[in-house]
Every structure is written in C-alpha cells, then in structure tokens.
Write a protein that binds this ligand. Sequence first.
Ligand SMILES: [Zn+2]
Length: 150
Amino acid sequence: MPLSYDNYEFESQKVLKVSGVLNEDVDLEPLKEPSIQLIDCEEVKQMFSVGIRKWVMTLKERSPDHPLKFLKCSVVFIEQLNLIEGFVETEAVVSFYAPYFCDKCDKVHEILLKPSEVEDAEAPEKNCPEHGSTMEFDDDEEEYFEFLQE
Ligand SMILES: [Zn+2]
C-alpha cells in the first residue's frame, strides 16, 4: 500500500490525512502545498529509511512562514520522531498516540495524548476504553516521550 492522501476539515481548517507506508516510491508533493497547515498522521503505518529521508527533505523545502502541524501521530511516527533529527519539530505535534496495555483485555490500546499531558516523561494515567480499569504504559517512558524533553 503506497501513501495516500485525503482532505477533511477540522475546526474550519483544512487537514491533509496521510495514510499508508512511507517508502522510496512515496510522492510527498501534497505536503508542499502552502494552504495545508495540518497533517493527520493517524494512518501512517510503516516507514522506511529512503522514504524518511524524502520526508525530511520535503519539510525543509516548506517556507518557514507556513509551518505544518501534525495531528494524531501514530506510534510508528513517534518512534521515528524520536530517532531522526528534523523529522518533525516537537512543537509541531498537536496530538499523538501512545501504547497502553490492559490486563483484562490482554491487549494494547493506542490512546490519543496531547503533549501537555506528559510531564517529566511520565505517561498520564489512562483507563481501558473497554473496561474502565487503569492501564499500564506499554513502552519505555523515557524513550517514547523523549521528543517532548528539552
Ligand atoms: Zn481492557
């Protein structure tokens, strides 16, 4: 599945939804469109190094007068953000998913967080969407929230 694009509106702003896989064949031209300022990354599922390099170059080509903001960043997206300089600026992240484990479901739920909910790399307490019981953060907090530390 290559990367695909969809548009929708959020609080009367145009949002570009990016879905699929970031690989060497990726077409990132839509990210250069100055009228687009919000990118929804919920469905970004996989990223490969050549695609990531293209992504970083594309963001660099945008004018600083039209910075992009990123909504609903997926777990893969945050992992790359923690690894790669220039992938996305920390302050550009509006919201992102984080993995939590529920004992009762015996599965991981991805919960949408805002950067302001995370203090000192500590995962905020979240309840299972199915059981209401407290879940445990399912990754290394220091590593996962590293992009939020200065
Ligand atoms: Zn549960």
